[in-house]
Design a protein around this ligand. Structure first.
Ligand code: SF4
Ligand code: SF4
Length: 135
């Protein structure tokens, strides 16, 4: 079983294709949608985590390429510097994927890098430079 996080850019003509359904049903892959921007008649963008057997992943990605979908690895990574974080919570409402969350009992912030879609919103919001983007 392998896992890949990729950015899929769909041409207008492929936006209405049941792509995730086909990847799951025909290629036996698991799809976790991290972010989506899809409008009819416009180029679309999906950030997904795809997991499954290596051969199935390879075939599924080939199917996407044949549809004209551009596939880019989610190459950047975000780091939470816990020692700089004051748990001020300024970033919490901005984080679209809930990678940054708050435990209300202890009012402590935590970061789940698996959920992060590298949108960068927390970097601008953090007054203490506790969030960092790695290239
Ligand atoms: S970059 Fe920051 S705001 Fe965006 S998903 Fe990751 S943790 Fe949340
Ligand atoms: S904005 Fe910065 S300092 Fe405040 S909780 Fe988020 S990461 Fe921590």
């Amino acid at each position: 079983m392998i896992k890949k996080r990729v950015v899929l850019t769909f041409p207008k003509e492929a936006v209405e294709q049941p792509v995730t359904y086909r990847l799951i049903k025909d290629y036996d892959l698991m799809i976790n949608i991290l972010s989506a921007k899809i409008d009819p008649n416009e180029e679309g963008r999906l950030v997904v985590e795809i997991s499954g057997k290596k051969a199935n992943l390879h075939s599924g990605l080939n199917y996407l390429k044949e549809l004209g979908v551009t596939i880019q690895p989610l190459a950047q990574d975000v780091r939470w510097n816990e020692e700089k974080c004051t748990h001020c919570t300024a970033c919490i409402p901005l984080c679209p994927s809930h990678a940054l969350s708050i435990d209300r009992t202890g009012m402590k912030v935590s970061f789940d890098s698996e959920r992060c879609i590298v949108c960068g919103l927390c970097l601008k919001a953090c007054p203490y430079q506790a969030m960092e983007i790695l290239f």
